[in-house]
Write a protein that binds this ligand. Structure first.
Ligand code: ADP
Ligand code: ZN
Length: 801
């Protein structure tokens, strides 16, 4: 962050032709003239500064001119630095490791002062002495001493440049000693944590380290300790070096033309016309689940490929990629590249190179795939465009849709947003004519939307059923098992019990680091915090009133799985949530096996709600809709409606009629009623009134400024100070129609021992406002008193913290 700005350098003549905006160069930097990697942002004829240093070497060109423009755009809009913007665009593996290794040269005929002699002795003693180790040992002030020593040959410098190693390995741990020796170790030196790790490894298997830590409830340092004492060994096991390569099975002869039905064809023709235009266009394709949106855009992609054009397709989550990529590999073979966060550094790098070298025409991926290094783009598709995963919650805080608009504009391409439940903003823009709108209202072929039943759990309780599976849902599952049809059960909480409290005094077990209640996990018998990963053993005595009143309540996916097992002992059940998909790609395996029909019932968190197109799934159960209904965020309605529509839409995607069962304690809730009818337009018409009345997007932009730090009082002070300052500035520029709220604590007040306050501002964003906020942020970070507090500015956040 500290050196995140532009510096001027001279381009020596020998490099004059090869340094372009986007070129990666090595430059001497700072007092020690250490080599740093930089990216050329602009080529100018003059500089405001004299005494410029020269670029020392040119590595390669990593960004096109368009991408360099994009970097500037992101810096302006996302309140990030150059570094963060570039980092988002380039694969990690590309970053250079630049190292200077020192050794002692000819020191026979010279005299040295005390410190110099010490430095030279230190270098002589340490074989691979680096710059950093010298600074660590002697402090930064020695830079001035080192330079002359280098010049007069007392110190010799060896430079090495290497790309970061390809990381296509999974760390796995296994026992290195016999069971007896392990027991000895525990008795002599080990503790409970060590014991837990060893208990797991005693089975003889080699277990991925992250999995091991989860199961044992320990941090990686415990594993390292055991490794150090030679009790276990940790090996890098190569995994899926190319997870998708074996899927290239495009068969030219079998390449079937897609035949669309009338409604689909209508949409396609309109989209094709826009795509043919020389200008950039944005279109929204609204179509109910199963209406064939994917088929429509695949046909569009066929056209783009017929002229050797390029396409970026974004999907919201990796759990969606297996199904979509399978469909794409089948059709387009090795013209497809995939990019998502669960791939190893090496895999991402390989895919990046294939795109850059022009070996592929289609990139499918999650949010950051929008930065695919195509020289030319013809079509960008964002599937399920309303999904919050398209917004980055870390710097750079960009929305993929905005980046897509930028790139579509630069390439005069078509940007196609697709959804069965568009964001309220996008649908409003489409209605207003800002976007082109295309609609598909019917499911394809014979398949019908599922019939939806809303079940009142209060009634179940009255009739004495205390299980989380109500009578109605149980019978429906039974029917499915009998007919050999598959069922998906959705519950958006993982773990076993989601609530641990004292029945005597009402005390709730919360994480010591976060203001969040703990979740009990049965697979490792621990209470865990889902925010910071803190875990502790379950207790029965209340820490507050000392009575044995602690009870475990609330149902997560693990408990649901147990209950289903008890209810249907013969059923084959699989669970998919963060805890079962720790392994890379294992969600893909779960999904694949489920799609093949190896399981009768799939239980899961939101991973199971989207995109799956499995003909034999005829029943979907939402175990408890209530947890989604009452979030106090202006997008909560939209999210709940979309989620329910998505999950319900998984059922009945072939000729078998689908059913969906939504269990709730609030059967009269309006959003539930609207989702029952799967009526997006009715939902939109109500929601847009609410947004207008309360002044929310699309009727304004929202700024969320978050302050966080370890000291509650100073975080609060910082928020109030900045808020006052902001008020003053708004008055001084006479800005009207801005609603600035006083600071308030965040919904989750404390995370990882950091307290959080927020300021919310509703306004119309423009460069004047942005500049005010940037100046405020810069001066904030200069202020010594604010040293330990961070100030984050987020424009149009997906979630109000
Ligand atoms: P959506 O993306 O709108 O949910 P999909 O494109 O996944 O819908 O289509 C749903 C199902 O209908 C898929 O199994 C797909 O193969 C089938 N389908 C849709 N349109 C067609 C078409 N024109 N020809 C053949 N199959 C189609
Ligand atoms: Zn925590």
């Amino acid at each position: 962050m500290s050196i995140d700005r532009e510096f001027d350098y001279i381009i020596p003549n020998k490099f004059a032709d090869i340094v372009l905006p986007g070129s990666r160069v090595l430059v001497p930097f700072g007092r020690g003239n250490r080599h740093k990697e930089g990216i050329a942002i602009e080529i100018c004829n003059q500089s405001l500064y004299s005494d410029l240093k020269e670029i020392s070497s040119v590595v390669d060109r990593v960004l096109t001119g368009e991408m360099v423009e994009l970097v500037k755009y992101m810096k302006d809009r996302s309140f990030c630095g150059y570094y963060d913007a570039v980092k988002a665009m380039l694969p990690l593996a590309l970053r250079l490791k630049y190292k200077e290794i020192y050794s002692v040269g000819d020191i026979s005929k010279k005299t040295y002062n005390n410190l110099e002699r010490k430095i030279l002795e230190y270098i002589a003693k340490n074989k691979k002495c680096s710059y950093d180790s010298l600074i660590n040992k002697f402090g930064a002030d020695i830079i001035d001493l080192i330079e002359p020593l280098k010049e007069n040959g007392s110190i010799i410098v060896n430079k090495t440049i290497s790309k970061k190693a390809n990381d296509a390995f999974l760390k796995c741990a296994s026992l290195k000693v016999s069971a007896n020796e392990a027991a000895d170790y525990i008795n002599s030196r080990g503790n409970k944590k060590h014991q837990k790790v060893l208990d797991i490894l005693l089975s003889g298997d080699s277990v991925p380290v992250n999995e091991l830590c989860y199961l044992a409830g320990v941090s990686t340092s415990v594993v390292s300790t055991l490794e150090k004492y030679g009790i276990i060994e940790v090996k890098n096991i190569e995994v899926f070096r190319s997870p998708y390569k074996n899927k290239f099975h495009r068969n030219e002869k079998e390449f079937k033309e897609i035949i669309l039905n009338d409604e689909q064809l209508n949409a396609f023709n309109g989209l094709y016309e826009l795509y043919e235009k020389d200008s950039a266009e944005v279109a929204l394709l609204y179509g109910i689940t199963g209406s064939g949106k994917t088929m429509i855009y695949m046909k569009l992609i066929d056209s783009v490929l017929s002229i050797n054009g390029n396409v970026i397709l974004l999907v919201p989550e990796i759990s969606l990629t297996p199904q979509i990529t399978d469909r794409f590999y089948e059709r387009y073979g090795d013209k497809v590249a995939v990019m998502h966060s669960a791939m190893s550094m090496g895999e991402r790098y390989d895919e990046w190179k294939r795109i850059k070298n022009g070996e592929v025409n289609i990139v499918i991926g999650t949010r950051s795939a929008i930065f695919a290094p195509f020289e030319r783009i013809d079509l960008i598709i964002i599937d399920e465009e309303q999904e919050s995963t398209y917004k980055s919650e870390n710097s750079p805080r960009y929305h993929a849709r905005d980046i897509a608009k930028f790139r579509a504009y630069k390439h005069s391409a078509l940007l196609l947003l697709c959804s069965a439940t568009p964001s309220v903003e996008s649908y409003a823009y489409a209605l207003s004519g800002k976007y082109h709108l295309f609609e598909v209202e019917k499911r394809f072929g014979e398949s019908k939307l599922p019939s939806v039943h809303i079940i009142d759990l209060k009634e179940e309780l009255k009739s004495g059923n205390r299980l989380i599976i109500g009578d109605f849902l149980r019978k429906e599952i039974e029917k499915n098992l009998k007919n050999g049809e598959q069922t998906i059960l959705f519950l958006n909480r993982r773990g076993y019990n989601t609530f641990i409290g004292c029945k005597c005094c009402g005390y709730v077990m919360t994480c010591p680091n976060c203001s969040i209640s703990m979740t009990y996990h049965s697979s490792n018998n621990l209470m865990m915090c889902h925010y910071c990963g803190y875990s502790q053993e379950p207790v029965s005595v209340c820490p507050s009133c000392r009575e044995p009143g602690i009870r475990f309540l609330g149902t997560g996916t693990q408990k649901l799985e147990d209950e289903i097992h008890k209810l249907f002992p013969e059923a084959k059940i699989v669970r998919m949530d963060l805890d079962t998909t720790n392994y890379k790609m294992s969600h893909e395996k779960i999904l694949g096996d489920f799609a093949k029909g190896n399981y009768d019932i799939m239980i899961g968190t939101q991973m199971v709600t989207k995109g799956l197109d499995i003909p034999n799934v005829s029943l979907v159960g939402v175990i408890l809709a209530d947890s989604m209904l009452f979030a106090d965020d202006f997008r909560a309605n939209e999210r709940t409606f979309a989620m329910l529509t998505q999950v319900v839409g998984r059922a009945g995607r072939s000729h078998k009629p689908g059913r969906a069962v939504i269990q709730t304690y609030n059967p009269d809730n309006n959003i539930l009623k609207l989702s029952k009818n799967q009526d997006y337009k009715a939902f939109f018409n109500e929601e847009i009134l609410f947004r207008k009345m309360m002044k929310y997007p699309p009727f304004c932009d929202i700024y969320q400024i978050i302050f966080s730090g370890a000291d509650e009082e100073s975080v609060k002070n910082a928020a109030f100070t900045i808020c006052e300052e902001l008020k003053k500035q708004l008055i001084s520029i006479q800005r009207k129609n801005v609603i600035l709220y006083n600071p308030s604590s965040s919904a989750i007040f404390k995370i990882n021992n950091k307290y959080r306050y927020k300021i919310i501002m509703k306004c119309k964003d423009d460069s004047v406002l942005r500049n005010i906020l940037k100046e405020l942020q810069i001066s904030f970070y200069k202020e010594k008193a604010m040293k330990d507090i961070s100030m984050i500015i987020d424009l149009n956040p997906q979630i109000i913290l």
